[in-house]
Design a protein. Structure first.
Length: 319
């Protein structure tokens, strides 16, 4: 998160301004906007921005995008695709790319503090930037979700009880407290299903697609021991063809602490890898990067440049 810089008070900005325009909030640093920042958020944090503005500080710069009309029923885009026409075999996915809360959900606010919305509970910080840089380096397409995992988690099965979280790492999610089956179905139809359909369509563009999922993890969960790994490779016991050679290759790097199914177990029935790779039999792996190591655009690009040749080498060894 960029440092908070003083700015004008936004208390006078009307709700009509927000509801009638697409607004993007970009983190601000001394000297201007962070270019191509992975910390871009949307209307989701308008309520948080107002809270900061009343204190005389503004962590984001507002940018009006076009003249599209937003209403209280709008969910906005479920995903963004980068490099759809690239010929590479890889498909790089980022299920938790954004902390955006659509206007259609609580008016764009889940009732959490801006600190919580900037944490790993709302999205995977840094993962989007790594995903886009890796896709470019591998000359392959990427798909990134465009909604917070707290709205609905695209990396969960449709029947998973954590599909819509009401408590996460010590934070209660007020906007989800009263969400019932009908609300879950509404969010699923608007966001979850379109994201997975787009992912499935991209994966089907070649018969030999390899799915690479990019995530990030926090260095330490509240009340837990610090996590020592720089990078983790997650995999299911049902398919370790790509992941095990990748782990071995990464462990040959003397400066890396590499986790094997750390910090999480890699098999979750119904998740994105299960749905789009295990069931259809595609090569796959999931990479978790510690988010303090990919906090800046430069770090994200550096990791992508480091991982791309390693991934290429390991995949070539499977042929």
């Amino acid at each position: 998160m960029a440092p908070f810089l003083p700015c004008g008070n936004l208390a006078g900005v009307s709700g009509n301004f927000v509801s009638d325009n697409i607004v993007v909030f970009r983190p601000v640093r001394q000297g201007g906007i962070l270019p191509n920042s992975a910390e871009i958020v949307g209307i989701a944090d308008f309520c948080a921005v107002l809270a900061f503005s009343r204190a005389g500080f503004m962590p984001y710069q507002m940018e009006q995008r076009g003249d599209a009309t937003m209403t209280s029923d709008d969910f906005g885009p479920a995903f963004h695709i980068s490099g759809a026409a690239r010929p590479g075999r890889w498909l790089i996915t980022c299920d938790h790319a954004s902390n955006r809360v659509p206007l259609a959900v609580g008016g764009g606010c889940l009732g959490l503090s801006p600190e919580d919305m900037a944490r790993h509970i709302a999205y995977d910080p840094g993962a989007r930037g790594v995903t886009l840089a890796l896709a470019e380096a591998l000359d392959s397409p990427a798909i990134c979700s465009d909604f917070s995992r707290l709205v609905i988690d695209p990396n969960r099965g449709e029947d998973d009880p954590t599909l819509l979280m009401k408590l996460y790492d010590g934070s209660i999610i007020p906007g989800n407290r009263d969400a019932d089956a009908a609300e879950l179905a509404r969010r699923k139809a608007a966001l979850y299903t379109p994201y997975h359909q787009a992912l499935a369509d991209l994966a089907a563009r070649r018969d030999d697609t390899v799915i690479l999922a990019i995530h990030s993890f926090t260095p330490c969960l509240r009340g837990r021991a610090p996590r020592p790994w720089h990078i983790g490779v997650l995999h299911s016991h049902l398919d370790t063809r790509l992941s095990q050679p990748l782990i071995a290759r990464l462990r040959a790097e003397p400066d890396l602490c590499v986790g094997d199914n750390q910090p999480y177990n890699g098999h979750l029935p119904g998740d994105a890898i299960d749905r789009h790779a295990l069931v259809p039999g595609r090569h796959n792996t999931l990479i978790e990067l510690r988010n303090d190591l990919i906090a800046t655009e430069a770090q994200q690009v550096a990791w992508a440049k480091r991982l791309a040749p390693i991934l290429t080498e390991v995949l070539a060894g499977l042929s």
